[in-house]
Design a protein around this ligand. Sequence first.
Ligand SMILES: [Mg+2]
Length: 95
Amino acid sequence: MIKDINVKYLTTVIEECAEVIQACTKTQRFGLGSTWEGSSNFEKLTAEVGDLLCVLDKLVKSDTYASQLVEQSKSAKEVKLQLWGPERRGLKSEQ
Ligand SMILES: [Mg+2]
């Protein structure tokens, strides 16, 4: 059953995802401490993750049923990360 998830947030979610991707790739290329236009990659990454979490929170909270499904998915992902995540596989942090 399709519920009433508030699609007006989707464009903003897309934009914030793109900004997080950009911050991640800049960090991978130049490191957390590298600065550009007065901000470090660490500052840009944390700011963009915060922006994304904010809009995702609004999107999810716009529908109770969707919120329940998202929580189920988060729990399932936690299990997958414990089994197959980078720490489990012994991958080292880039920084
Ligand atoms: Mg942003």
